[in-house]
Write a protein that binds this ligand. Sequence first.
Ligand SMILES: O=C(O)CCC(=O)C(=O)O
Length: 381
Amino acid sequence: MGILDYVVEVKKVEEGSEVESKYLKGVRHLCENGITRVPNKYILPLANRPEKGRKAAAAATAAEPTLKLPVIDLAKLRSPDCRPQVLETLGKACENYGFFQVVNHGIDSELVSRMASVGKRFFELPFEERVKYMTNDVRTPVRCGTSVNQVIDSVFYWRDFLKLTCHPLDSVLPYWPSSPLDLREEARSYAEHSKSLFLELVEAILDSLGVDTGRVLREFEDGSHLMVVNCYPPCPEPNLTLGMPPHSDYGFLTLLLQDDVHGLQAQCEGEWVTVEPVPNSLVVNVGDHLEIFSNGRYKSVLHRVLVNSTKSRISVVSLHSLPVDSMVSPSPELVGEGNPRLYKDTDFASFLDFMSSCEAKHKNFLETRKLTQGNKKNIKP
Ligand SMILES: O=C(O)CCC(=O)C(=O)O
């Protein structure tokens, strides 16, 4: 769907209901027009709300159980003496939490701040500027939208997003927003650094799994890379809604830059725990493809985002994986006697189609895993 289709769609909805069209324009637009209650469109059924009985004002504060993620120090990873110990910590983090935190990652803190700042300023642009990039076509190199999948979400989530395809960088760059004026330059530089960091982390992860790195690493160099800037404006009744529903990420690894506002929660031993923002660090989580590749040893864990009543929150998510035309399967080294193959081969493109056709709350890998595990006939020994 192109921009004209989008405008037609907004218009159609407008004719049917002026109220509905407001929601397609995003949460920021809604807030700019002044609201004091959460509209029905965003009110989750009781069972899916952040926490029954949770006080609105206390949303996403230090009163929530918080999680200090295992820390991976890249400076130590690069030191031959310390590397084995760091690889052990990394392996345990991926097995037990599916999440870890990277410090001394080498991405200049000024660049990190400039990226967060330009992302924030994009959402502060007038609606007329942002609407240019609003489309439901998931194949466009730039896409601005709201909720998770605004075409099929029955309940909307309190989140606006800007998605930038980052590979191949030179070809997609001319499509990225030309406003704010520094967006292309900062996002390009951040994307390049994020890719290098991803390659370094993947090499360490393959090492920690005992997998031959050469062949796989070459594939990742040409791998898929999507950057998502998320904006979660303050919400008058944060106990009624979520910024993002429980979901897992489809890729191999996700690198998350979050500002100092609490919001991200990961599922840990059946409980939702808030991931404590740590200055100058990046949060990294295992994606579905790594879970498949590791034959279930590393876990792609459900996570969600809470909103709060006072502060706007910005995050920049970098989703990295294999090339889109590749097949994702358990690594041969990790399948054998005593280690039956747990996942069938997954064609990346169909996986993406499957994901984009699901309602947000079903958009998690556990559903797919149930399908694959239930369908044991298709699982090769
Ligand atoms: O904003 C966050 O902290 C997490 C966002 C997220 O999970 C996503 O974009 O998939």
